[in-house]
Design a binder for this molecule. Sequence first.
Ligand code: CMP
Length: 139
Amino acid sequence: ATQRTFSIIKPDATKRNLTGKIIDKFESNGLRVVASKRIHMTEDQAKQFYAVHKERPFYGDLVSYMISGPVVVQVLEGENAIAKNREIMGATNPADAAEGTIRKEFAESIEANSVHGSDGEDTAKEEIAFFFDDNEIVG
Ligand code: CMP
């Protein structure tokens, strides 16, 4: 079925001017960008967005990293978009990511791993609503 998922192009990638190369990975693999904006997250936004990880040892560093530069938040649409995007991104740790994936090609470390993507239908809905109003999404 057609699904929507939420994506972030992270500060390590915007810093290295990789936005277009990453969007090309989405588009050439059948996903469509139906909403997009470049923002600089506030500390409160980053803390809230990653609240699920707040007990993890990497939480503080993760929040600082996510506000270290601009990000591009997007809604991606397509057949099985959630799982497909996870395939296109590759494993969280670039050392484990498959050939041809975004993280294999571009990520710098397990933290500076270039992209975020929703991990399920419920989180996709929540994450999209966290950054976008309905009228900013044009399918
Ligand atoms: P993301 O998919 O956005 O979800 C949580 C983020 O935490 C992850 O990508 C990484 O950027 C970051 N992170 C840093 N260290 C770790 C770790 N050890 N395990 C998982 N995620 C980590």
